[in-house]
Every structure is written in structure tokens, then in C-alpha cells.
Design a protein around this ligand. Sequence first.
Ligand code: NDP
Length: 297
Amino acid sequence: MTTIIDGKATAQRLLDEVAADVEGLAAEGVTPGLAVVLVGGDPASQVYVRNKLRKAEAIGIRSFEYRFDAELSQAELLDLIERLNRDPEVNGILVQLPLPAHIDEQAVIQAIAPAKDVDGFHRQNAGGLWQGLPSLAPCTPTGCLRLLQEACGELAGQHAVVIGRSNIVGKPMAALLLAADCTVTLLHSKSREAAALCRQADIVVAAVGRPGMVDADWLKPGAVVIDVGINRLEQDIDGERRTRLVGDVDFDGVSRVASAITPVPGGVGPMTIACLMQNTVSATRLQRRQAAASAPA
Ligand code: NDP
């Protein structure tokens, strides 16, 4: 029997934990604050931002929303980041990606104060993750790790194959699995024998952006599969043109071979938002510790 990993249920449990943590901070007179910045009108980004803001409010995190049209200049965006870095009511800063082409994404990411970098993309957090230092880790791979811990129990010694090496998902996923004592193989577009390497895996994390790329032939029977991909397919359904969300994994075929698999939607997506809330609370605590350490004795 293949287990369909219920990302929504796991995300709700995590959100309950985070909400309890937020209550604990409220008892100390502190309300975590999350600033979300959206530039341009990308429809998917609008949905992501709305969901993040709603979830923050629902668990008692104060949210600050900054929406701009696509013409905003890089200098104006950097000015805003600088202000948010200094604002004591803002504990987390998230700039929704992708940004318009005239803005240098890296310049913006690196301008965010590392202690407020709740996306975990700043080089200080990315490097800290690989070196095993306390750091804010990217939300999507952190969510995948939690799903894997619940699905597999002990991860030590398992062979994990991660497909995709982006800074947002693939690389930090590899770092987190390595930190959990997995043996990690990281595949990318230049990898040879991707299917054969994947067939050796106990755990497969697919983060590519190619619908149905991983099929049943890529898997060892009993492998656990996490499908990060979100692909929008335009299809005729009941005579109507509709958008269907699918992952990077051929769900029907793979679920006959895998021991556990995440669906799309309802798998990794809800975990990403829950981990963002967790990072906002972690960032708040980190800033309080930093403030206490720098206060005069
Ligand atoms: P990127 O486009 O940044 O990275 C894709 C990666 O896939 C690259 O490293 C690329 O390799 C690799 N790749 C491309 N083709 C192949 C191939 N044939 N074989 C092996 N590897 C290949 O995407 P992201 O990492 O940002 O996102 C990946 C997917 O995850 C997307 O569908 C995205 O929408 C989804 N996503 C979902 C989230 C969620 O919350 N569920 C959050 C973030 C992303 P190379 O480096 O060589 O080009």
C-alpha cells in the first residue's frame, strides 16, 4: 500500500506548534512581524503572497504588505529593504520572487539583514546551513525534510537523490539531507544517467519544473518520493479550458511503485507556508537574543 503523504495535515500540525510559540511570545509582550514585498502583477506570485499574509494573520503574526507595480526601480526597492531592516516591528522580510528583469535579484536578497531573511536565501544563511551553523533555512526544503522525517522515521544512512540544484530548493535540500546523515546525490540538467542514479535512491526529491519527468521506471520499489514541482497545464476538462496543477512526478505511475508520495497540490506547497511562519518566529527570537547580547550590562 502506498501512503499518500498529507502535506496539508502536517502543515496544520506545524502551524499549531508555531501558533503556540507566537502565544508564548505574546506573553512576553512581543508580536512577530512579517513584511511581504511584491513587485509586479505575476498572477501566481499574487496568490502566494495572499496565502502567506492570510496564514500569518491567522496565527497571530503581524503582517506588513508592500505592493508595487513592475516599474519600481531597484534603488527604490533597496531603500525599502533598508528601512525594513531598521524597523524593530519587522522581524522577517520576504521579497516574492521572481522580480522584474530590470531588478538584480541577488542584490535584493543580499541587502536583507541575515537575521530577518526568513526565506533563508542570504549568503550568510546559505553558508551557515552547509557548515552546520544556526541559520534560517529555506522554507520549501525545510518543509520537505519534515515530511520525510514523518514518512521515513530515521533518515540516517538512507540514499537520497535530489533532482534540481537551485539555491531555493535543490541545494539547500541536499544540505539538509546531508545534515540528517543521508547519503546525497544531487542531479541537474547536465547529469548523465539520471534515471539509473535515481533508481538507487531510498528517497527521491524532484524539484525541476518539468511535468511528469520522474516516472515509475526511475524508481526502486518502496522508495519515498517528494514532488516539489508546480507546473500549470492548460487542459480541456469537461469541455472547458482549465489550468491543472501537476508536479514533476507521474503521480499515477509512481504511486504504484513508491512506498510513499506527496501529491500536487496538497503536498509540499502547504509546508512551505508553514515553514515561513516558523522561520518568522525563529527570526524574532534570534533578534531578541542579539538585542539582549548587545544591550549595555
Ligand atoms: P529552477 O528552474 O531554479 O531549477 C530547476 C533545476 O532543475 C535546475 O537546477 C536545473 O538544472 C534542473 N533540471 C532542469 N532540467 C533537468 C533535467 N532534465 N534533469 C535534471 N535536472 C534538471 O527551479 P526551482 O528550484 O525554483 O523550482 C523547481 C520546481 O519546484 C518548479 O516547478 C517550482 O515551481 C517548484 N517550486 C515549488 C515550491 C513549493 O512550495 N511547492 C517552492 C519553490 C519551487 P541546471 O541547474 O543544470 O539548470
